[in-house]
Design a protein around this ligand. Structure first.
Ligand code: C5P
Length: 227
């Protein structure tokens, strides 16, 4: 394949407080990571690099093998770092030589539908230097000074960034090599190198499982409907 996806799954899940790293929390009898990978294997074939918490590479490989089925030769598992950015950098080091486009995806966005991957890849093939799936912001956003509201931000000019975010391989590698500070997503790393970032529509089900409430929502979405 010409496309690789780096699935960052090395976070501790402190805000979820589940006792295990977030990627290994169960939604039903399958973990967050396994659900995430199942969706990826419904998208067009890609090299799949799973960035696991250090010491949990074996568990990640088990989930990946089960999700991949006959495509397990596409999977590589590497150990992550102490920040998301370090984990992405670890993933980049495992890219196969012929990969042209790289998607970076949060394992915590476990229910992302395959058509989001299709849209990101389509924009890359059309020549984009960076692609971010976005959702409109529905809340009214306030600017704060401590506990005090000092302003309202015009939400029609805002959007919420999701993953997978896609980049031509060379642009992403060069941006990571140049990145001095910590950024919260990959598009910010690439934008800091002076590239324009384009957007495609995201999906409500690509939300990031961060809090207990997010976990309950994800569990409800994967459970069979009562009848
Ligand atoms: O913490 P947060 O949920 O925002 O992290 C987003 C994604 O980055 C998660 O899928 C998490 O596993 C991953 N991550 C990582 N390595 C870290 C921190 C976060 O792979 N050191």
């Amino acid at each position: 394949p010409r496309v690789a996806v780096i699935v960052v799954a090395a976070g501790s899940g402190t805000r979820l407080d589940a006792g295990v790293p977030k990627a290994f929390v169960g939604l039903d009898d399958h973990t967050i990571l396994r659900h995430c990978l199942r969706g990826i294997f419904e998208a067009p074939p890609m090299q799949v690099i799973v960035v696991a918490p250090s010491g949990r590479e074996g568990d990640a490989l088990t989930d990946a093998d089960e999700a991949a089925g006959e495509r397990r030769d596409l999977v590589t598992v590497v150990a992550g770092g102490s920040t998301r950015q370090a984990s992405v950098a670890a993933g980049l080091s495992a890219l196969w030589g012929d990969i042209e486009y790289v998607l970076v995806h949060d394992a915590a966005r476990a229910l992302t539908p395959p058509d989001v991957f299709d849209r990101v890849i389509g924009a890359l093939e059309a020549g984009a230097a960076g692609v971010v799936p976005v959702m409109p912001v529905v809340d009214t956003i306030r600017q704060m000074d401590g506990e005090t509201i000092v302003g309202v931000v015009d939400r029609s000019r805002l959007s919420a960034a999701q993953t997978p975010q896609g980049f031509p391989r060379g642009i992403l590698e060069a941006a990571y090599a140049a990145a001095g500070e910590e950024f919260t997503d990959d598009a910010a790393v690439v934008a800091a190198s002076g590239h324009a970032i384009t957007t495609v529509p995201g999906d409500a089900t690509a939300f990031k499982i961060t809090t207990r409430a997010d976990l309950e929502r994800a569990r409800a979405l994967v459970s069979p409907l009562p009848h």
